[in-house]
Design a binder for this molecule. Structure first.
Ligand code: F6R
Length: 366
């Protein structure tokens, strides 16, 4: 059942090219003129008139929401708040009458996310769910549902669900951008073309596995690790740190690279592993100077960037290269080496990879 893989997690990491492909099927219009999301039963004018989006989720799904915020704000020019469900549901939330509520849940059964959905519905808000399980509570109770076709995810640590959530969110952002006239048709076409190529590129990124396995073996006894990045890279860094903590039990912290000097730099000492993401061209130089700050304290830096940015190699100890695509799509590719790093670190430490201690796949209690 694990298809020849030693663990479900590794199998699911490798299923990502297919999961991305399946999530895209039927959703890119002919001629790449737009996005087909017939599952959105929105009344006329709904996309044009919404003035705020609240994205609510837990854990990895919340991290996907953080990426979604950047995409939706950039492409559709709607202000987006992303919040952890267990916080959102107990807060006196301020919504406008034209707020769209989006919940993201792989399982569709997470108690806090479901409670937030119900509260929004009681308030008369239309709720869109992004979920991987057809017929789940979230799918049944939401007004509109975008299914991520990742297939069953067995390992507790979420991998292919996250990447497909990202794909769904980018499709949604493009759809909204086109509907609202904030995204030019040629830009949308370029992105849809890049999305179409993404499964193939994700497949190439899987080839970084031996490099990550080696790195994990070398740093398996590290006490603390740091993941840094700016913008979309910061959102991915949060997910990378969660993965590592969750299954390897190595302490990891994600930091917005520009925020390091406001405290955390004190923890960067000789040999501390720092994973630095630098995929975004408009932030590249800024991130580079943060990387130099940690190198000056003798951290061991594993950098990640697109092929072609050869200067990073002169600054860091090791580089993971991602195949070229539009930088806006980087999160979908950049998370894969981080999943592999967490996986190999957990294996190197002899942990129960698919069933990490204290955790359940579906958190149906508060
Ligand atoms: C981490 C992980 C969890 C889930 C979270 C929400 O790898 O899997 O953080 O993302 O429990 O679960 P869903 O998405 O099912 O609501």
């Amino acid at each position: 059942e694990r298809g020849g893989y030693p663990h479900f997690m590794l199998k699911e990491i490798h299923e990502q090219p297919k999961a991305i492909r399946d999530t895209l099927i039927g959703r890119i219009a002919e001629g790449r003129d737009g996005v087909e999301l017939a599952e959105l039963g929105w009344p006329a004018g709904f996309a044009e008139n919404m003035d705020r989006i609240h994205i609510v989720a837990c854990g990895t799904s919340w991290h996907a929401g953080l990426v979604g915020k950047v995409w939706i704000e950039q492409l559709a020019r709607v202000p987006v708040d992303v919040e952890i469900a267990s916080e959102y549901r107990y807060r006196d939330v301020l919504r406008t009458p034209r707020t769209l509520m989006v919940v993201i849940s792989q399982s569709g059964e997470t108690a806090d996310t479901l409670a937030a959905l119900r509260a929004a519905k009681e308030g008369g808000y239309r709720v869109l769910a992004i979920t991987n399980v057809v017929g789940s509570s979230v799918a049944r109770e939401a007004d509109d549902v975008i299914i991520t076709w990742a297939g069953p995810e067995i390992a507790v640590a979420s991998t292919k669900a996250y990447t497909t959530q990202l794909v769904a969110l980018l499709l949604l952002a493009i759809h909204l951008g086109l509907a609202r006239g904030t995204l030019a048709a040629d830009k949308a076409r370029e992105m849809l073309q890049a999305l179409d190529n993404l499964p193939q590129l994700a497949d190439q990124v899987l080839d970084t596995a031996p490099q990550l396995a080696q790195f994990a073996e070398r740093y398996k006894d590290a006490h603390d690790t740091f993941f840094i990045g700016r913008g979309l890279d910061y959102a991915v860094a949060l997910e990378g740190a969660l993965k590592l903590k969750e299954i390897s039990y190595i302490h990891a912290e994600a930091y917005a690279a520009g925020e390091l000097k406001h405290g955390t730099l004190a923890l960067i000492t000789e040999g501390v592993p720092v994973i630095a993401l630098a995929t975004q061209p408009h932030l590249y130089e800024k991130t580079m100077s943060n990387i130099k700050e940690v190198k000056a304290r003798d951290a061991f830096v594993l950098g990640m960037t697109f092929v072609g940015n050869e200067d990073l190699a002169q600054v860091v100890d090791e580089v993971i290269y991602l195949p070229q695509t539009l930088p806006v799509l980087a999160p979908v590719l950049a998370v894969i080496p981080l999943q592999l790093l967490a996986y190999y670190a957990a294996v190197a430490r002899g942990n129960d990879v698919d069933k990490p201690r204290n955790l359940a796949k579906s958190v149906t209690v508060e």
